[in-house]
Design a protein around this ligand. Sequence first.
Ligand code: NAP
Length: 285
Amino acid sequence: MKISVNTKKMAVIGDPIGHSMSPFMHNTVIEANGFDAVYFPFHVKEGEVEDFCKAAKTLGFSGFNATMPHKQVLLDLVDEIDPEAKEYASINTVKITEEGKLIGYNTDVRGLLMAFEDRGVKLSGAKIMIIGAGGVAGALVKGCGQVGAGSVTVLNRTFEKAAAICDGLSYASAMEQTPENMRKIAEGADVIVNCTSLGMHGVGSDFADLSFLDSSQALLCDLIYNPWETKFLAYGRERGLATMNGMAMLIYQGLLAFEKFMDVKLDCRAEYERLLPLCEAKLKG
Ligand code: NAP
């Protein structure tokens, strides 16, 4: 790799950040396509994001991605917010223009929608069950509305959060996360998305009971990709359900961000095909 003053600089910030696959993914795309660019991971703690934004501007970064816990605070720190990011109230991609203007985008939801499209899953008219009501769930509920989902039901440990993200959306309803409700909604769902951190590597808590899936025919999607197959996905697969983990979403959201940073158009499908086995090997290795 040759670094010069013209080399484009990009980054991901988060706390923690060591687990992030983004540097591997982005640097693979850079190398494979011969771009003059480099992508760094930076451990930026809560309260340090404003300083990071100033530093990134001063150092001439082309942009950066943000992961937990910075996706909301950036809404107050950027100069301009793309309408989708505004609607989702979450920024995971910040482009820095040559004039030093910070523009916030959200590529998470579009990344997940591209992952569904890849699998031939049609969300238009579909009955979608969402488990969890955190930042990504809230954005996904709105994304489901944009693609014309038939209905969206959100079940969360803290009911009030589910109710808040469904508020004012005619196609979405919130339910308490009781075993009975889980079973009832799973039975009629076309797609079930786990938007909780249950089952994630290092988190330590997992679904205590997955029998709500026993009479479901839905496609199961877990936003988690580490482990590659969560207990939620394994349980469904063993019962013959189609499953997908969060890696396709991660790859597609990253490719969409890369296009913004670099002002290029990628063949996202081809890049995805290249990245998927490499990311799987890296995670499992
Ligand atoms: P978040 O805002 O922290 O929300 C976490 C959700 O998990 C909340 O609904 C929370 O319920 C629920 N939860 C946590 N512990 C629980 C427990 N012990 N029992 C029941 N529910 C529990 O997280 P987020 O940013 O939306 O992210 C959600 C998931 O998506 C994470 O696993 C994250 O890694 C993943 N993700 C994947 C990608 C990708 O590219 N694949 C991108 C972004 C995020 P309460 O509301 O009751 O606390």
